[in-house]
Design a protein around this ligand. Structure first.
Ligand code: SF4
Length: 457
């Protein structure tokens, strides 16, 4: 790789949302329920291929968590990205189904790598990370909806996890049965509720073109996700179904019993989906990067999102989803003559989800551009949680004055969340915080209580 020039930041969009993401992969392990129809089984972590970049990196390091984190830190530094605020993403199948000891060691090793020091146990590693140079401000775990019981929630809180991604794909029991998914829609509903009630941010993976569906049905299921209060995810990853070498779907495809959508079909469908996504949800990603050697059929266009957003802009469609409105991306894409107003107003949207009241607070300008957000949840009129606080813009070093970050927007959002909590006659506000963000909340008068950062009124 050619090293970037002194001032050049390689792949700048990686940190435009304000944090530096580090993906770590757990060692290969088969899913206990069997194999979903479209999932490849290729002697690497289930659902990945041996040539996927994170697999190549992880395999070279024998899936050692500490070495993986160290090597990503080094790579980000070389590309001139800030590495003070890290989001750890645990990938590689259903992490919560691994032996408990493996899970705890794995997470501890990630913190050890960030701390540049080996701790005696996970608690000590987390404590050290609160003031480390590489603070883990967010931690994401991917899991199946049926691996999200109370005991898993407890574990995830112990890990310092803040966000959970559920493999939902298509909320339909008949489809689940036919593709051998091994869980039901009721598992999705329960997992979503449990996670939100514990203050986690919840992401769904959705798969348009899943076998036994069609574009109309995909769209209907998508609508349901945002109309039915049992779902309403905070984030989405949209991965159109692809036929991958080594999957059972490959046989169906060869026998003419399955045909993936064309690029035009999938683009048209996702544009319709975009228009349905409410302002509280962020589309994190579109398309999985399957190396061409393993792709038997399906859309090859990795940059599908670019094409979709270009068409959306051309047609001047009104899009509410978060990423499309974020200041970081707006600054990247704006024309020289374009002016972005810094006059901000606080907008509050209230909606019902999984039996609770969600308050979505956002700082926007008069062009609808998003500068910062906060998710406050009131459960049973008794408990209040801040599930997310995020100020957008280029990731700034801790202690520095960034372009957008560190200008008091987070503090104002928290003040408003506290005000709403008090208005609901609740005396305590709990925040699910990455361990590396605890210091920030302490400065706002919060203290650590069990696994949350809390303030009493
Ligand atoms: S649950 Fe995920 S990893 Fe497991 S078989 Fe299904 S798609 Fe593959």
């Amino acid at each position: 790789m050619k090293l970037p020039d002194k001032e050049e930041i390689r792949k700048p969009s990686k940190t435009l949302a304000g944090v530096t993401p580090i993906a770590v992969m757990s060692k290969p392990r088969k899913c206990k329920h069997g194999t979903c129809l479209y999932c490849p089984s290729l002697q690497v972590p289930q659902s990945y291929t041996p040539l996927s970049p994170p697999v190549i990196r992880a395999k070279m390091l024998d899936y050692d968590a500490e070495l993986q984190v160290k090597s990503r830190l080094k790579a980000f530094k070389l590309m001139h990205h800030p590495t003070n605020k890290i989001e750890l993403i645990v990938m590689g199948g259903t992490f919560l189904s691994y032996p408990k000891k493996y899970q705890y060691n794995f997470i501890k090793s990630c913190y050890d790598a960030l701390n540049k020091r080996r701790s005696r146990n996970l608690e000590q590693a987390k404590k050290l990370n609160e003031k480390s140079n590489h603070r883990c401000v967010a931690l994401c775990i991917e899991t199946r909806p049926d691996f999200c019981e109370k005991k898993h929630i407890k574990q995830m809180l112990e890990f310092g996890c803040t966000r959970v991604e559920l493999g939902v794909q298509a909320p339909d029991n008949l489809i689940y049965k036919k593709i051998n998914r091994g869980h039901k829609v009721s598992d999705v509903i329960q997992a979503t509720k449990r996670l939100k009630e514990a203050g986690f941010k919840v992401g769904y993976h959705i798969m348009p073109g899943i076998p036994f569906s069609n574009p109309e049905k995909d769209l209907k299921m998508f609508k349901k996700i945002f109309q039915d209060e049992n779902f309403k995810p905070d984030q989405l990853k949209i991965y159109p179904c692809q036929v991958i070498k080594g999957s059972q779907l490959e046989n169906l495809y060869k026998r003419g019993k399955y045909k993936p959508y064309s690029k035009e079909q999938i683009q048209k469908l996702i544009i319709k989906m975009y228009q349905l996504v409410p302002e509280y949800c962020r589309i994190m990603r579109i398309m999985r990067e399957i190396p061409p050697e393993f792709l038997r059929a399906g859309t090859e266009r990795i940059d599908l999102r670019k094409d979709i957003e270009a068409e959306i802009k051309n047609k001047k469609l009104r899009i509410k989803e978060i990423r499309f409105r974020e200041i970081g991306f707006k600054m990247r894409d704006k024309k020289k003559s374009e002016k972005i107003s810094r006059k901000l107003k606080l907008k509050i949207t209230k909606y019902k989800a999984s039996g609770g009241d969600e308050y979505f607070l956002q700082f926007v300008n008069n062009q609808g551009i998003l500068f910062g957000l906060c998710r406050l949840r009131i459960s049973d009129k008794k408990r209040a949680f801040v599930r997310e606080l995020h100020v957008y813009g280029k990731s700034a070093e801790i202690g520095d004055i960034g372009d957008i970050q560190h200008r008091g927007l987070g503090k104002s959002l928290m003040k408003k969340a506290e005000e709403i909590t008090r208005k609901n006659k609740i005396k305590k506000l709990s925040v699910i915080s990455g361990v590396g963000a605890r210091e920030y909340y302490k400065k706002l008068g919060y203290n650590l209580e069990h696994k949350y950062i809390v303030k009493y009124f």
